[in-house]
Ligand binder design. Structure first.
Ligand code: AMP
Ligand code: MG
Length: 269
């Protein structure tokens, strides 16, 4: 099974059932093997992209707390050459960032030619947490859907391929993952009291995610909804879309230098 992008303007209904593996999804053993093969292929394509140095790939990851943004980065992009991958996490904006328009910090983090950029959260927080917590009035956040579409179009027309993944987990799965963070010495640090406040706003976030998907999935910069209750399936589905996209980009190693024969002669001595 391969994920289809959210069709532009199409309303997606995010249900708990939609976070579980769909019928016909591969099992864990099978999925792990396929992720291995796909990341191997991604590694080869990424090296060619880096050598070509003409275009870049931007991968946006969004999802609720514990939805697996960090895990996806480690499992799907961990096997790639770190020199070609730039990961940027977006936290609550600093005073300096707040003194600029909301896309200012984001534009600076867009991967340069030859690299793969990963956003762990992104400019979409400005229509998610900002909307749910009413950090700015609706008259400010609502026009951002269109502003984001324009911004992403500018990037795409300038050589950036964009893929956006919403990691979709169910309410029960989040409960288990948050509880696990209170049960393990190695996980306490991941827990924040704020996560419980966000969980209390589950339905408000659902509405914000649904509208984000409807308004900002475009043919140029599509959203994919990833059923993410099972980590192995989440990784496989993301790896499939990313590797397929890199294949379609057909990155090419630069050809030989014009002076190839000359260089060879000079090296013969
Ligand atoms: P974490 O992903 O656990 O590192 O948490 C990052 C926090 O930063 C989350 O609670 C986000 O909601 C918050 N955050 C990210 N971007 C923004 C933004 N533009 N405005 C307000 N909060 C944000
Ligand atoms: Mg967190």
């Amino acid at each position: 099974m391969t994920l289809d992008p959210v069709r532009a303007g199409r309303r997606v209904h995010l249900t708990d059932e939609g976070a579980a593996p769909p019928a016909g999804a591969p099992g864990k053993h099978d999925a792990l093997e396929r992720v291995d093969a796909l990341t191997g292929r991604m590694d080869a394509l990424q090296e060619a992209l880096y050598a070509e140095a003409k275009r870049s790939l931007l991968v946006v990851l969004q999802g609720r707390d514990t939805s697996g943004k960090d895990g996806t980065i480690r499992k799907v992009f961990g096997p790639l050459d770190p020199q070609g991958v730039i990961v940027t996490g977006f936290k609550a904006p600093t005073p300096v960032e707040l003194a600029h328009d909301f896309l200012w910090r984001v534009h600076q983090a867009v991967p340069p030619r030859g690299s793969i950029g990963i956003f762990n959260r992104s400019h979409y927080e400005d229509v998610l947490v900002v909307r749910v917590h009413e950090l700015v009035p609706e008259s400010v956040w609502r026009p951002r859907y269109e502003q984001i579409n324009l911004f992403e179009r500018i990037l795409v027309e300038n050589g950036v391929t964009i893929l956006k993944f919403f990691l979709h987990i169910s309410r029960e799965e989040q409960r288990e993952r948050l509880a696990a963070r209170l049960d393990d010495r190695a996980k306490y640090w991941k827990f924040s009291a704020g996560d419980l406040g966000e969980r209390d706003r589950w339905d408000a976030y659902t509405a914000a995610y649904e509208e984000m998907l409807e308004r900002t999935s475009t043919p140029a910069a599509p959203w994919f909804v990833v059923p993410a209750d099972k980590k192995y399936l989440r990784d496989l589905l993301v790896a499939e879309v990313v590797s397929r996209t890199l294949e379609d980009m057909k990155p090419e190693y630069p050809g030989p230098p014009d002076e190839l024969e000359d260089f060879r002669r000079r090296l013969a001595r």
